[in-house]
Design a protein around this ligand. Sequence first.
Ligand SMILES: *Cc1c(COP(=O)(O)O)cnc(C)c1O
Length: 328
Amino acid sequence: MHSLNRRLARVFGTNTAVLPFTTSGTGGLEAAVVNTVCPGDRVLAISIGYFGDRFASVAEAYGAQVVRWQIPWGRAAGPDELRRTLRKHRDLRAVLLTHNETSTGAANPLSELCQVIRQESAALILVDVVSSLGAMPVDVDRNGIDVAVGVPQKALMAPPGLALISASPRAMDVAKSAAAPRFSLDFGRMATAIAEGTTTYTPPVTVLYGLDAALSRIEAERLPAVYERHERLAAFCRSGVEPLGLRLAASKDCYSPTVTAVRLPEGLPAGLLRQLLEREHSIMVSSARTVWANTHIRIGHMGWVSEAELAEVVTGLETLLRAERIRH
Ligand SMILES: *Cc1c(COP(=O)(O)O)cnc(C)c1O
């Protein structure tokens, strides 16, 4: 546990311990909220898509007064707009933010946004880094992030079963006095256990071993090279799908390095395309969420992915789209 913790802390970019809770990423978002936000506290939730909405809903479920700043899907939050929003809403306990919005393929400018929050407010900064950790620099300490929530099963390419949480000294202090009820998700208890080289309750041991192996791969490639590979794969994916007439869903100033969402041509249902891609090409891409469910697909390129694999995805899509055009 000691060595795993040191290695995880490097990926988070922090000097504090990383707290591993036996739950999913969503459980991690819940842990972030129950340790720092009390019922009735005012919270600003910056949502650029489905997972930003979920973070806001978690805070609402625990009785926070949530101000939802809803940004149109496909866009990122802008630092100037954020500054204006923060000046309108004083007395915030926390600001909730998604680093990489997996539902739209858009990434927020994390450092710029954190800097504005630090300048304008005493609010805690809680960040969902679920689909960015291990693929994009999170830089917890440098950005002044109070709570960052990651998972093993996305860019860290290990099995699911953990929420990996870094909590700043400021967040740990707030947690000590926060009145929201909690037990197994308590930061203080877990931090004490981690300092002793153990965890509060039974950890998913298999996941810890998987994570350890994945971190060895990341360390062998070196983090800056891992980040660079994700940028390269994302650019490769975009340059492959755009000539097929698939419109990129995210604006060009905020393309995600880990997932590309595309809009399908009019009249081609996403469900059908996904089915054909899986049946005829053994390729699984993801559906999109809620309002984009029928019109968009999402191509993941996080973790253990190569250019050759993405090239296969592009070829598969090209074959199917050509056949579709012939049919119509
Ligand atoms: C996957 C994901 C989640 C949810 O994680 P679970 O482990 O499924 O609960 C939350 N936020 C983002 C950005 C995600 O990509």
